[in-house]
Ligand binder design. Structure first.
Ligand SMILES: Cc1cc2nc3c(=O)[nH]c(=O)nc-3n(C[C@H](O)[C@H](O)[C@H](O)COP(=O)(O)OP(=O)(O)OC[C@H]3O[C@@H](n4cnc5c(N)ncnc54)[C@H](O)[C@@H]3O)c2cc1C
Length: 475
C-alpha cells in the first residue's frame, strides 16, 4: 500500500526542509525524503549546507580565526599565552558536533511540524491519477504518492575533467572540511567563495596556500573597489592568489599533487602541494531521481527547468534551490521553498532576486546586495557613490579590525539605494540593514537619517549613506 501525501519533498537541504515545514504549517500532509547519511549510517538532514557547506565551513573559519587571534593579536591586548598549538582533530570534532546539532534540529522541527521524514533515496516512479508515485529506497523501502512534488535535490562539486576527487589528495568541499592535519602546502583551484573560505581556514592554521584562478579578474561578481580592497588584505595575509592561469596536467601521487599550469604571462609553471582543493563551481544534482520516468525537463547544465515561480514542465511538480537556475545560496533555496509551499496553498509566494544578499566569510568579510558600480555603468544608470572606511569607525578601532569600507550606490536622480557593498568586520551581519532598506525601496538619505547605536560598526553604514551626499560627519 502506498502512503498518500498532499506534498512530497525530495531533498532536505535548506530548500527542501524549509519547503516541507512551510507546507505543513499551511495545513498540508507532508513527506520529506533525504538520503544523506551521517558517519553511523543514520539520517543527516540539512543537505550540503548543513553537512559539507555553510555550517561546517563557518565552524572551521571560527576555530581558525580564534587561532589566528591567539597567535597574532592577543599580545596587542596585553594577553600573553604559552605556545599556542592547534589540535586539528579537536577542531574537526567540534565542527562535526555543530553539524550534528543542526541535523538533530531539523529532525526535531519535522516532528514538531508533523512532517513525515523518510531516510533514503527518492525517485519518480510514474504519474498516477492526481499526482505522482515516488519510490523510496533506503533503510526501509516505501512507496509514496503525492498530489504535489517539490524537488530540492541540490548540487554536487564540479570536478576538473580527468581529475576525480579522491578526498585524500584531491579534495572537494567535503574532503576540504575533513583534512586531518594542517598541510604544509595547500593548492586551491578556483578563487570563488568556497576556495577563498577554505584557503583562509588552512592559511590561518599555518599552511602555505596558493590559489590558482583561471579568470583574469579577482572576484569579478563583486564591486571592483571592494574586490581590490579585499585582495590587498589577502595579499597582506600571505594568501597567494594567481589570476589568469591555465591549468594543465594534474598528477596525484602518495606524496602529494603536482599541478602544471601556465601563468598570466604565458610561462609554464608547476605547483607542488600536499593537498589540492578543487572549487570550480557546482553542478545541479538529479542523480537517481529517475526524471525520465515522468519526463521532467532538464537543461543542458543538468538543472531542472523551472519558470519564475519554480514550476517545472510537469503539472504539480516544482523545483527549488541549487537544482534550478539562479545563485547557489542556501537562503535563496529557502526563499524558493517557502514561496512554492505558499503557491501550492493558493497564496502568493514571492522571491525578490534583486535583494538577495551575498557573503564571503573570509577575514575581512565581503558582503553585498544589489548592483555593483561596474554593473550600473554597463546598464547606463546615473548613480552617486558614497564610501566610509572602517578606519574612521570607533568600534572597528576598539575591535582592532579597521580593514575595509562600506559603499553605497544610489540613483543620481531619486537617491534610491541601488547597491550596498561591504568589505570589513562583520560585513555578513551589517548587510542585513541594506537588504531591508532595498526591500523597502529606501533612499540613501533614509539610512543617513536613522539613529544608529554608538559605538557600532553599523555607524559606518550610516556614514556611507551620508557620503552619498558628501556629508560624512566622522571622515
Ligand atoms: C563549502 C561550501 C560552503 C557554502 N557556504 C555557503 C554559505 O555560507 N552561504 C550560503 O548561502 N550558501 C553556501 N553554500 C551553498 C549552499 O550550501 C547551497 O546553496 C545550499 O545547500 C542549497 O540548498 P538545496 O536545498 O538546494 O540543496 P542541498 O543543500 O544540496 O540539499 C539537497 C539534499 O537532497 C538530498 N538528495 C539529493 N537527491 C536525492 C534523492 N534522489 N533522494 C533523496 N534525497 C536526495 C541530498 O542528500 C541533500 O541532502 C556553500 C556550499 C559549499 C559547498
Amino acid at each position: 500500500m502506498s502512503k498518500q501525501f498532499d506534498v512530497i519533498v525530495i531533498g532536505a537541504g535548506p530548500g527542501g526542509y524549509i519547503a516541507a515545514i512551510r507546507a505543513a504549517q499551511l495545513g498540508m500532509q507532508v513527506a520529506c525524503i533525504d538520503e544523506w547519511k551521517n558517519d553511523n549510517g543514520g539520517p543527516a538532514p540539512g543537505g550540503t549546507c548543513t553537512n559539507v557547506g555553510c555550517i561546517p565551513s563557518k565552524a572551521l573559519l571560527q576555530s581558525s580565526e580564534h587561532f589566528e587571534h591567539a597567535t597574532k593579536h592577543f599580545a596587542e591586548h596585553g594577553i600573553s599565552t604559552g605556545k599556542v598549538t592547534m589540535d586539528v582533530a579537536t577542531m574537526i570534532g567540534r565542527k562535526d558536533t555543530v553539524v550534528k546539532q543542526n541535523n538533530d534540529g531539523i529532525l526535531y522541527l519535522f516532528k514538531k511540524n508533523k512532517v513525515s521524514f523518510f531516510h533514503g533515496r527518492g525517485a519518480f516512479s510514474k504519474a498516477v491519477e492526481g499526482g505522482y508515485e515516488i519510490k523510496v529506497e533506503g533503510a526501509a523501502s516505501e512507496t509514496l504518492v503525492g498530489k504535489q512534488v517539490i524537488v530540492a535535490t541540490g548540487s554536487n562539486a564540479r570536478a576538473l575533467p580527468g581529475v576525480a576527487f579522491d578526498e585524500v589528495n584531491v579534495l572537494s568541499n567535503d574532503g576540504a572540511l575533513r583534512v586531518g592535519a594542517v598541510p604544509k602546502k595547500l593548492g586551491v583551484i578556483g578563487s570563488g567563495v568556497i576556495g577563498l573560505e577554505m584557503g583562509s581556514v588552512w592559511r590561518r592554521l599555518g599552511a602555505d596556500v596558493t590559489i590558482l584562478e583561471g579568470l583574469p579578474t579577482f572576484l569579478g561578481a563583486v564591486d571592483e573597489q571592494i574586490a581590490k580592497e579585499a585582495k590587498k588584505a589577502f595579499d597582506k595575509q600571505g594568501l597567494k592568489i594567481e589570476l589568469g592561469v591555465k591549468i594543465g596536467d594534474i598528477k596525484s601521487a602518495k606524496k602529494g599533487v603536482s599541478i602544471a599550469y601556465t601563468n598570466a604571462k604565458g610561462e609554464a609553471q608547476t605547483l607542488q602541494v600536499d593537498k589540492l582543493i578543487v572549487s570550480i563551481g557546482r553542478v545541479p544534482n538529479t542523480i537517481g531521481l529517475n526524471t525520465e520516468a515522468v519526463g521532467l525537463q532538464l537543461d543542458e547544465r543538468g538543472a531542472i527547468v523551472v519558470d519564475a515561480d519554480c514550476k517545472t514542465n510537469l503539472p504539480g511538480v516544482w523545483a527549488v534551490g541549487d537544482v534550478v537556475r539562479g545563485p547557489m545560496l542556501a537562503h535563496k533555496a529557502e526563499e524558493e521553498g517557502v514561496a512554492v509551499a505558499e503557491r501550492i496553498a493558493g497564496q502568493h509566494g514571492h522571491v525578490n532576486f534583486n535583494t538577495i544578499p551575498w557573503v564571503i566569510y573570509t577575514s575581512p568579510e565581503i558582503a553585498w546586495v544589489g548592483r555593483t558600480e561596474q554593473q550600473l555603468k554597463a546598464d547606463g544608470v546615473k548613480y552617486k557613490a558614497g564610501t566610509f572606511p572602517f578606519l574612521a569607525n570607533g568600534r572597528a578601532r576598539a575591535l582592532g579590525d579597521t580593514t575595509g569600507m562600506v559603499k553605497f550606490l544610489a540613483d543620481a536622480a531619486t537617491d534610491e539605494i541601488l547597491g550596498v557593498h561591504i568589505v570589513g568586520p562583520m560585513a555578513s551581519e551589517l548587510i542585513s540593514e541594506a537588504v531591508v532598506a532595498m526591500e523597502f525601496k529606501a533612499s540613501a538619505e533614509d539610512i543617513a537619517r536613522i539613529c544608529h547605536a554608538h559605538p557600532s560598526l553599523s555607524e559606518a553604514t550610516k556614514e556611507a549613506a551620508l557620503a552619498v551626499d558628501k556629508r560624512t560627519l566622522n571622515f
